[in-house]
Design a binder for this molecule. Structure first.
Ligand code: ADP
Length: 507
């Protein structure tokens, strides 16, 4: 048994004690401590990966349908503990409560998809040139899957990684973000409660060093990563050096909402506010650029600014809150420094709620990590850092454009990233141009550029990702395909006119 309130890690079907360091989880809205957690040592990473490696042969030998039965039990646990886990999400990462609960709902949708998929037809039956041959495609699990996840969707993203990986026959070593270990703890309790076979699911707690040790371990076959571009590229580079390993990484963006001269401005303002401020701008798909046509610019600006001045920042457990706190102090510093940078880059600041006045901060929340909306106008042709680098906060640029949709899409694409984007327009030709030319992995029309349903692929292009560690497309990352050709004929006959004769010296 560990010390009271000191949470353990879950390795090979056991709650284990560590003699390594510990760390605490903090409620970003109050500064209260939510729990103390053990920090995985290299030895524990080693043990967890060994457990997953040992469990693989037996787990893969079960039918997909039998493996899915375990996931159905998880599905019921997620539904039964919805309120508790949704509140834990909100307490630990500061998202307002409807978002905290939606995070859990999205997780059970993913589990439902993966477990339901176990009974669906799989693969292709493929014709052969040779009538006596049957050809088809089969998938095999790759083995040990390392899942490294961020704090902002602390329940949904882990299941984006793990649900399909497990149903397909892989075993898992998961490290949640260091900001949200309590959500990790509750999820591990669920796997323990349902009696998942030892070693099939392992939980390590800790920081980036544990993640890096997982990535480097030779027994890890696949790495699924969602998080920052810096770390994602480092992981992709490490994995690329070993040709038997595979990584699927999804990273951030500098996403834009394009508002054309043909936009319905009610939809435009609504979509822009949600894209920029939901989750306090801390979604990988949040929009920090609003690209607005000159004909509608003044009205859009006036209406957007009016809402940005008033959106309710406050206690995320209170249902009337729109924006909770930022996740941690270091992040307040980062967002504040980008707001300062924008001021020095000679932009026109329209809304500056970087430091909220005392009366806006709810009682008992004085130690929370509060930052309100920051909105400015900038020239889309200037190579400013504030309009090109990802801030990951409620920091938004209005970029005015003249001319046609080609010009708007040029501005949209003027970024190293390519995760999500939206266009607001009533003109289908504009939408079609955007559809064909916007460099994004997720596109939305007449909607905010946020939101993801698990039955769609989720991932980005350019610096935002390679591979899809998320939602249904994760199947490509966690399986290898075998193209089978089976001969039903009496002799051997080859395609492409290739001779099957064996000529000998006597012929
Ligand atoms: P964010 O900016 O969203 O916090 P990070 O990329 O820093 O994103 O973190 C996402 C996840 O990656 C976390 O679980 C974190 O601990 C882990 N991580 C951080 N550094 C590394 C690293 N060098 N190697 C592997 N994982 C890492």
């Amino acid at each position: 048994m560990g010390m009271p309130n000191l949470h353990q890690q879950y390795i090979d079907g056991e709650w284990t004690d560590s003699d390594g360091e510990t760390f605490t989880s903090e409620n970003p809205a109050t500064g209260d401590t939510l729990g103390e957690f053990q920090r995985a040592t290299t030895q524990e990473v080693n043990e967890a990966v060994a457990a997953a490696d040992n469990a693989f042969e037996e787990w893969r030998s079960l039918s997909r349908i039998d493996r899915a039965e375990y996931l159905w039990d998880i599905y019921h646990e997620l539904r039964d503990r919805h309120q508790e886990l949704g509140e834990a999400v909100t307490r630990e990462c500061g998202k307002e409560i409807s978002e905290g609960k939606a995070d859990v709902t999205e997780a059970w949708h993913m589990v439902e998809w993966a477990a339901g998929d176990a009974r669906h037809p799989k693969g292709d039956v493929v014709p052969s040139e040779i009538p006596a041959k049957d050809a088809y495609m089969r998938r095999n699990p790759r083995g040990v899957t390392a899942c490294i996840t961020p704090w902002n969707f602390p329940v949904a993203i882990p299941f984006w990684h793990m649900a399909v990986a497990l149903v397909e026959g892989n075993t898992v070593v998961w490290k949640p973000a260091e900001q949200t270990p309590l959500c990790g703890q509750i999820i591990a309790e669920m796997f323990d409660d349902i009696g998942v076979p030892d070693g099939v699911f392992n939980l390590l707690q800790g920081h980036g060093d544990a993640g890096a040790a997982m990535v480097e371990d030779d027994r890890v076959d696949t790495v699924l990563f969602t998080g920052s571009a810096e770390v994602g590229h480092q992981i992709a580079e490490t994995v690329a050096a070993d040709s038997s390993k595979r990584a699927a990484c999804e990273m951030g963006g500098k996403n834009a909402v394009v508002v054309t001269d043909e936009a319905d401005l009610d939809i435009a303002v609504h979509a822009a506010v949600m894209s920029s401020f939901k989750t306090t701008g801390q979604r990988c798909v949040s929009s920090e650029r609003l690209v607005v046509h000159t004909d509608v610019y003044d009205e859009f600006k006036q209406r957007f600014v009016e809402v940005a001045e008033r959106v309710a920042v406050g206690d995320p457990l209170d249902e009337s809150t729109f924006m909770g706190p930022l996740v941690e102090d270091a992040h307040v510093e980062k967002v504040t420094s980008y707001n300062d940078l924008a001021r020095t880059e000679a932009v026109d600041v329209l809304v500056d709620r970087t430091e909220l006045p005392d009366e806006e901060i709810p009682d008992g929340h004085e130690n929370g990590h509060w930052v309100g909306p920051f909105v400015y106008e900038a020239d889309p042709d200037e190579p400013l850092r504030c309009t090109h680098e990802e801030v990951f906060g409620p920091h938004v640029a209005l970029l005015e454009y003249e001319g046609d949709i080609e010009r708007a899409v040029e501005i949209q694409n003027d970024t190293d990233y390519g995760l999500a984007g939206a266009i607001v327009s009533e003109d289908y030709r504009q939408i079609n141009y955007y559809r064909d030319h916007a460099e994004v992995g997720l596109a939305y029309a007449n909607l905010p550029c946020i939101g993801a349903e698990v039955q769609l692929p989720f991932g980005g292009v350019k610096k935002s990702g390679n591979g899809y560690p998320s939602a249904r497309e994760v199947i490509e990352a966690v399986t290898d395909r075998t193209a089978w050709t089976v001969n039903n004929g009496e002799g051997i006959e080859m395609a492409q006119g290739l001779s099957a004769d064996i000529n000998t010296r006597d012929d």
